[in-house]
Write a protein that binds this ligand. Structure first.
Ligand code: FEO
Length: 396
């Protein structure tokens, strides 16, 4: 089944209702792998799909054009959720040239046997006429990989934006005005936090370049197509690329016998109110995906762990490793937790905060076994400190 974006420009991708784990990213609302067909004097397929969905893609394309008359297959991004179908597509479309940049060509040759493929490599600003319409290529390194690019059709003001502005969201409607905007933006935020957050600077440069293009439709490689709420997604991206924070305090923790949890609750009690949104996130009740999404716009974060076998509890360490890689920089924070006979978890926790360039507000808050009334009061005061700093950072 296809959907028309413009006359002779159609979505021909597939909906993956059932995916729940996308290389570790929890995708509770499924996803889509979007591909697009532009029919003109020449015909171009923009991107493909995950390998095991290629049958659906080819059925959608062949309903609109004869496969052996396809002239071009554009690969905007070599990651296999978009390139996995290329092997079958290039076999089914023997006249097609594979259009991509040099970096993408190199990546594709390392994933697939490309020996029978005819490549047409393009540079930044390169153009390819299809007849009445033109494909214009905008290289977007690190959005999401080094070889990535956008394809733009100036005559139609349509931007094929690959991963940028995408969402892991399976829907029956293809457009942003056919589904709940709150849900779409929620998934776009999760996508940015979990996939794109480390690349804020190159994405900011890409946004500047996109701002130079007249755009009426943004067609990403995942989720719904933007046509009615383009300003909303561009505005959200402008906030996310600069890691703009809200007056929000998170208390992320793991606990063994509820001592660290009691400290977490006292910190939350101190942080809540006066315009600050405070939220507790027990790492064994929340996924890495949800926690990273919450961290994106939080101003202050307390990380807590009981000491287990002389180190941090494992699920907490997994979260910290994940967040360190996502480079959730520029926040305030502190560490806390309980111990029995050794305090070695706490310098480890602090080390993660320093690696994430957090402003560490105080020495670790620690409790030998269950927190006393004095320790709980100290936790509550620390919560107030986090809230004060969150308000200050959000106002900057
Ligand atoms: Fe949807 Fe970076 O691949």
């Amino acid at each position: 089944m296809s959907t028309s974006l413009r006359e002779d420009i159609d979505w021909v991708g597939v909906v993956d209702w059932n995916v729940r784990d996308f290389h570790g990213y929890r995708t509770d609302r499924g996803s889509t792998y979007n591909a697009y067909l532009v029919r003109d004097e020449k015909t171009a397929l923009i991107d493909t799909v995950k390998a095991h969905f290629v049958g659906g893609l080819l059925a959608n394309v062949s309903a609109l054009t004869e496969l052996d008359k396809l002239d071009y297959v554009v690969c905007n991004h070599a990651e296999p959720d978009h390139s996995g179908g290329l092997v079958e597509v290039m076999r089914a479309c023997p006249q097609a040239e594979l259009v991509c940049d040099e970096g993408c060509r190199d990546a594709l040759t390392r994933y697939y046997d490309t020996s029978g493929w005819r490549f047409r490599t393009v540079a930044d600003g390169g153009r390819l006429s299809l007849g009445r319409r033109t494909l214009q290529f905008v290289l977007t390194p690190m959005v999401h990989w080094p070889e990535s690019m956008f394809t733009y059709v100036p005559e139609e003001k349509v931007l094929f934006s690959m991963d940028a502005f995408g969402q892991h969201l399976a829907t029956a409607g293809r457009f942003d005005d056919e589904e709940s905007l709150d849900v779409i933006l929620d998934e776009a935020k999760s996508y940015y936090a979990n996939i794109l957050m480390p690349y804020g600077r190159p994405i900011a440069r890409t946004l500047d370049r996109a701002a130079e293009l007249p755009i009426e439709i943004i067609a990403p490689s995942h989720g719904v197509i933007w046509r009615s709420h383009i300003d909303s997604i561009l505005s959200a991206y402008r906030d996310w690329v600069r890691l703009k924070v809200r007056p929000k305090v998170l208390v992320i923790y793991d606990t063994m016998w509820k001592s660290t949890e009691a400290m977490a609750l006292a910190i939350l009690e101190g942080a809540a109110g006066n315009g600050v949104h405070a939220r507790g996130l027990y790492v064994r009740a929340n996924t890495l995906t949800v926690i990273a999404t919450e961290v994106l716009d939080a101003a202050a974060v307390a990380f807590g762990s009981a000491t287990l076998n002389g180190t941090i509890m494992p699920q907490m360490a997994a979260n910290l490793t994940y967040l360190r890689g996502l480079r959730a920089y520029g926040k305030a924070g502190l560490v806390f937790g309980s111990y029995g006979w050794g305090k070695s978890a706490f310098p480890e926790l602090t080390g993660y905060l320093e690696a994430m360039k957090f402003q560490v507000l105080r020495d670790p808050l620690v409790s030998k076994f269950a927190p006393s009334a004095e320790v709980r009061a100290e936790c509550k005061a620390a919560g107030r400190m986090l809230a004060d700093e969150a308000r200050r950072l959000a106002a900057e």
